[in-house]
Ligand binder design. Structure first.
Ligand code: C2E
Ligand code: CA
Ligand code: CA
Length: 930
């Protein structure tokens, strides 16, 4: 379309150089005219001269040559009649029609021209006297003499003026000689004026021509100009037409309330889109007014605006409105009304633009709905939702209303004033980490989730849980980060408290054993593992002094020790509370083992000072962790404990130091084997590896066996017989003692049943029970259940409880003891006098008997009767109504002392070693028969 209109009219050279061309042509025309005028002038001048000469010749012929000859050429002539006659003649020539201003008769005398007659009377001012020489007479005067022809002398200067003069010879007809000259002067101005007046038609003609040229040019230019404008207009019109026809916006011209479908030139006033949006043809639309097809709900608003528009209050208006379609449905439009042509003042035309926004409306309605629910959600959020740009500042685009409650800053401060950013409220110590977390999340396109502290406007720290994710644009570039920040301060406080409890020992406030293990594991993962060692401070001796000083006292003492030793904690040396009565230093980056030993010595000194009053010993074990082996915490703890317990001497108050070495290592290995076997036994009986032997107990008065103590035995394939002194603590430590304990009960009850079956209905069986087992859940219930199940007499069952039981809460112990006793079961305190059991507390314990420890029986062999306190113990126990058993009796001397001191029962190798069931029964039959 555009190609068709080429070449562009502006490019036409006539149009392009129109001013230059015009100038050239005008100059040319001017030159032509001037030349033409000049030629005409010259020609007219010649014609005039010819006619003047002709007149001059004619006039010269009328002059009488004889009269001329009669004149002498001096003053005398004045009076002559010829002179008079000639003067009147030439004077007659000077008339207006002849245009002659002056006339003279002249004569050449001696190559000089002299005046003969002038046309004026002698009285006139300019009168020239005859005979006066015409001084400046031009050559031409002589020419008339020689040629006998009239000549023109142009611009003759005479009497102070210029003249065009015709000079005609006066000839003697007879002699054919020139007798004088007739000079006729014409006024040069009149002359030129005459010429000019003759030029007037030519001037007019050339002026007309000039005008014609200009007019022609102008019209030519106008033609091209018009052509250009037309082309331009056509182009623009085509463009606008096609835009109009193809526009995605509906366009229509409206007059008042009616659509005008066609312009007065017949063009469409309504584009196809307009028809499409409204679902009606232009013809149809012309017949209806727009209020008819406006949705009733939108009509009022439109009319209000339209009236304002019509009144001229507003220039135009836009609104969202619905138009009714012929099928009854409606279309949502965005309508804009503007002035179009104001020519007709009564009903000016205006333009109506329509955009179909039905889809947008649906989307925006649903968006509004989702916005509404979002805002409800946000306002109920225990924190805030946010959207930030991920730049260095974390510029905030949006925060929900919860931001004030959470951060103390208002939404305005975040979003509008930009005084504060989300990045800047993060507590400084977390900023780098938060950023790193984000980097990691973005790299994997994963959601972000991190807990950190923020600083509120009030300067408080607050824990938040920040969950968010990135919003990517269509190119996969991160546009923003959207997320939620929840206040988790309360939870965090609880968590931190929990964590503290989890990591610390309640009594001492030291980090606990779990923390130690965590620390060890963490250090083990480090690429450059430092040298690490364990210094175990074993205060298990405290158990022994508990009975003497009381449980609380010992606990306080332990605490005191812990605090004092904790003063030696440094960055690389931390004190932990390990298991019962044990403390552990975890040392990192030390130089060599000597450094550890030196430190242990320092601790030893400190402990000696602390424990001198109580006169109690302790053990310090040193162990280096081997970095080249995989970390085995259990292995390490065991060995450290072993080293520390090895140097504990229960009888002495010494504090020993032991570095774990190879000799201890074999002990550890043995322990492992034993534990393995115990586990097997606990799980499946272990092929009778665990069995019971029974040691008879003799009544010193009746000299009969009244009971047997059941003692456990363990037989290992490789290690042979293992003492209960070795395996019982291991079983207790691993809690295997609980299942093993029930095994022991079964075997013991089987023995008891056998005795009953054999008729020995009065014989008791005493079973050793660990504190671990006794304090396990449902102990009493399960025991009674077993007794019933096996059909044994509870009255014939005695339970031996060792020292360790009494380190626990007395009420709790008594509660269990009372239940057992209520059921008929007897209770004995084993190893009396060595540990917790003190005579002072004895009263409060609900027991039936006590067993004096072998320690006191052994003493009977060394010290004198007087010195021995054994008798006192027996007396006191009797006062409390308790039966007294002496154990470990090996010699007669001991027995004699016990008889003397009224001891009730004795047990020991002197009577019998522990025997296997069959042998035990044989022994019973044999002894009780005698
Ligand atoms: P205990 O309850 O004090 O048992 C007495 C220990 O002294 C037994 O050692 C016994 O064999 C030994 N004995 C008895 N008379 C004499 C003697 O005249 N001279 C010497 N030198 N020793 C004598 P055993 O059987 O090795 O038991 C050691 C400890 O192991 C027991 O001390 C008891 O505490 C514990 N134990 C043994 N069997 C069991 C059991 O079935 N359950 C529990 N929980 N502990 C047990
Ligand atoms: Ca015992
Ligand atoms: Ca004992």
């Amino acid at each position: 379309m555009m190609g068709k209109n080429k070449p562009a009219p502006d490019d036409h050279f006539l149009y392009k150089y129109r001013y230059l061309l015009m100038a050239v042509i005008l100059v040319f025309t001017a030159i032509l005219s001037v030349t033409y005028w000049q030629i005409t002038w010259i020609r007219n001048n010649q014609d005039e001269q010819t006619s003047v000469l002709r007149s001059a010749t004619t006039f010269s012929l009328q002059i009488h040559y004889d009269e001329m000859e009669a004149l002498e050429g001096n003053e005398n002539d004045i009076n002559k009649t010829e002179y008079e006659h000639l003067k009147s003649h030439i004077n007659g020539l000077v008339t207006v029609p002849n245009k002659i201003k002056a006339a003279y008769l002249l004569k050449e005398v001696d190559a000089e021209i002299i005046y003969l007659v002038d046309y004026l009377s002698p009285q006139a001012n300019d009168f020239i006297t005859p005979g006066v020489v015409f001084v400046d007479a031009p050559e031409k005067f002589s020419v008339a003499y020689t040629t006998k022809e009239a000549v023109m002398v142009m611009s003759l200067l005479d009497r102070g003026k210029k003249w065009n003069s015709a000079i005609a010879p006066i000839i003697n007809e007879d002699t054919n000689e020139v007798v004088g000259l007739l000079r006729l002067d014409y006024d040069i101005n009149d002359w030129n004026l005459g010429l000019l007046s003759r030029l007037v038609p030519d001037l007019i003609i050339s002026l007309l021509f000039f005008c014609f040229v200009i007019i022609s040019f102008r019209s030519l230019f106008h033609y091209y100009q018009a052509k250009t404008v037309r082309n331009k207009y056509e182009l623009t019109a085509t463009l606008y037409r096609s835009i109009f026809e193809q526009a995605v916006v509906g366009i229509a011209v409206v007059e008042d309330k009616r659509f005008v479908s066609k312009s007065k030139f017949g063009d469409n006033n309504m584009n196809p889109m307009f028809e499409k949006i409204l679902g009606r043809s232009s013809d149809e639309l012309e017949r209806i007014s727009w209020p008819d097809i406006t949705h009733p709900d939108d009509l009022e608003a439109d009319i209000v605006m339209f009236n304002k528009f019509k009144k001229g209050d507003i220039e135009g208006y836009s609104l969202n409105k619905r138009f009714l379609k012929p099928d009854g449905s409606y279309v949502w439009t965005y309508m804009t009304i503007n002035h179009f042509l104001d020519g007709n003042n009564d009903n000016p035309l205006h333009l109506c633009l329509l955009r179909d926004i039905t889809n947008e409306k649906v989307i925006s309605d649903s968006l509004n709905e989702s916005e509404r629910s979002k805002s409800i959600l946000f306002s109920n959020l225990p924190g805030m939702a946010y959207r930030v740009i991920r730049d260095n500042d974390w510029q905030t685009q949006f925060v929900s209303s919860g931001c004030f409650g959470l951060t103390g800053y208002s939404m305005e401060q975040f979003v509008v004033k930009k005084e504060i950013t989300l990045g800047s409220i993060i507590a400084p110590e977390y900023r780098k980490k938060v950023s790193q977390e984000w980097d990691a999340a973005l790299l994997k396109k994963l959601p972000f989730r991190y807990e950190y502290e923020i600083i509120t406007a009030q300067g408080e720290k607050r824990w938040v849980l920040d969950t968010a994710q990135a919003v990517y644009n269509e190119f996969g570039v991160v546009e923003a980060l959207e997320g939620m920040m929840l206040d988790i301060s309360e939870r965090k406080a609880a968590e931190l408290k929990l964590q503290y409890t989890f990591e610390h020992d309640e009594e001492t406030g030291l980090l606990n054993v779990g923390s130690l293990h965590d620390r060890m594991r963490a250090d083990d993962k480090k690429p450059n593992k430092p040298k690490r060692g364990i210094i175990s401070v074993n205060l298990s001796t405290f158990q022994r002094i508990s009975m003497t000083y009381g449980f609380l006292y010992v606990a306080n003492l332990f605490n005191k020790v812990a605090q004092r030793l904790n003063q030696y904690s440094t960055k690389n040396r931390t004190l932990y509370k390990s298991y019962e009565n044990r403390l552990v230093y975890y040392v990192k980056g030390y130089k060599d083992i000597q450094e550890l030993v030196d430190f242990a010595l320092k601790i030893k000194e400190e402990l000696s000072d602390l424990l001198k009053v109580e006169r109690v010993g302790a053990g310090i074990g040193i162990l280096e962790i081997e970095n080249d082996k995989p970390l085995n915490i259990n292995y390490i703890s065991k060995r450290a404990l072993m080293a520390s317990s090895k140097v504990i001497n229960l009888d002495k108050t010494e504090i020993g130091i032991c570095v774990f070495d190879e000799s201890l290592e074999s002990r550890v290995e043995r322990e492992e084997l034993v534990k393995q076997l115990l586990t097997e036994v606990a799980n499946n009986g272990g092929n009778d590896a665990l069995y019971m032997v029974f040691q008879p107990i003799l009544n010193l008065r009746t000299k009969r066996i009244t009971s047997f103590e059941a003692l456990a035995r363990l037989k290992h394939e490789k290690l042979g017989m293992i003492s209960p002194l070795e395996f019982i603590p291991l079983a207790e430590e691993s809690k295997l003692i609980i299942p093993l304990g029930w095994n022991i009960f079964r075997q013991s009850f089987t023995f008891l049943k056998k005795l009953e079956d054999l008729g020995y209905t009065k014989i008791h069986v005493a079973v050793n029970v660990s504190a671990v087992q006794m304090f396990a859940n449902n102990f009493v219930k399960d025991l009674i259940k077993l007794i019933k199940e096996m059909g044994v007499n509870p009255n014939k069952i005695t339970i031996e409880l060792t020292e360790s039981v009494f380190s626990n809460d007395l009420n709790q112990i008594n509660n269990i003891l009372l239940q057992l006793r209520a059921y008929g079961i007897k209770i004995t305190i084993d190893d009396f006098g060595t540990g917790y059991s003190s005579l002072a507390r004895e009263r409060d314990l609900k027991v039936d008997s006590l067993k004096i420890d072998k320690y006191f029986i052994d003493k009977l062999m060394i010290i004198s009767k007087e010195e021995a306190i054994t008798g006192d113990i027996i007396k006191m126990a009797h006062k409390l109504g308790q039966v007294v058993v002496a154990e470990g009796v090996e010699h007669d001397k001991q027995m004699q002392y016990l008889i003397e001191n009224d001891c009730d029962l004795i047990q020991g190798y002197f009577i019998s070693k522990p025997l296997e069931p069959v042998a035990a029964i044989d022994f019973l039959i044999k002894l009780n028969k005698e």
